[in-house]
Design a protein around this ligand. Structure first.
Ligand code: ATP
Length: 136
């Protein structure tokens, strides 16, 4: 079995969608190994988003991620990394497929950063790195 880091980002928590998102994750058969409400500091977010440093959306992304609490989830299951990203849908909520979390609930706010409700690790290496940042 495999593990991934899922975040319900501040827009998801603020809009009261944590339960709806968790329901989809659980219905798919994945297991909640650990779950906590987090208010990450800048240092944590710089580590998490290191690959995006210097991009135009980097500063707005960090500001957004510090705008309110997120829910961090250690999620386990067979092929859960790929599977959760499939549940989440593509980055841009406007074009994410209906049936996905971002496609069904995501709104295009016309902001500098995509407020797209969730994050999921994109590879086993990312998952190990990100789980260490958020849970250790
Ligand atoms: P995905 O890979 O499916 O986009 P992700 O959350 O891992 O999911 P990243 O490419 O790692 O996406 O980008 C991190 C976050 O930064 C995105 O989820 C989104 O909130 C924001 N973001 C990424 N690209 C853009 C962009 N071009 N414009 C605005 N915001 C962006």
């Amino acid at each position: 079995t495999e593990e991934t880091l899922v975040l319900v980002k501040p827009d998801g928590v603020a809009r009261g969608l944590t339960g709806a998102i968790l329901a989809r994750i659980e219905a798919k058969g994945y297991s909640l190994v650990d779950l906590r409400l987090v208010e990450p500091d800048r240092d944590t977010l710089e580590q998490h988003y290191a690959e995006h440093e210097g991009k135009p959306f980097y500063e707005p992304l960090l500001e957004f991620m510090m705008s309110g609490p997120s829910v961090a989830i250690r999620l386990a299951g067979n092929r859960v990394i790929e599977g959760f990203r499939s549940l989440a849908g593509t980055t841009d909520p406007t074009t994410a497929a209906p049936g996905t979390i971002r496609g069904d609930f995501g709104r295009d706010w016309g902001l500098k950063v995509q407020q797209n409700l969730v994050h999921g690790s994109d590879s086993p290496e990312s998952a190990a790195r990100e789980l260490a940042i958020w849970f250790d």
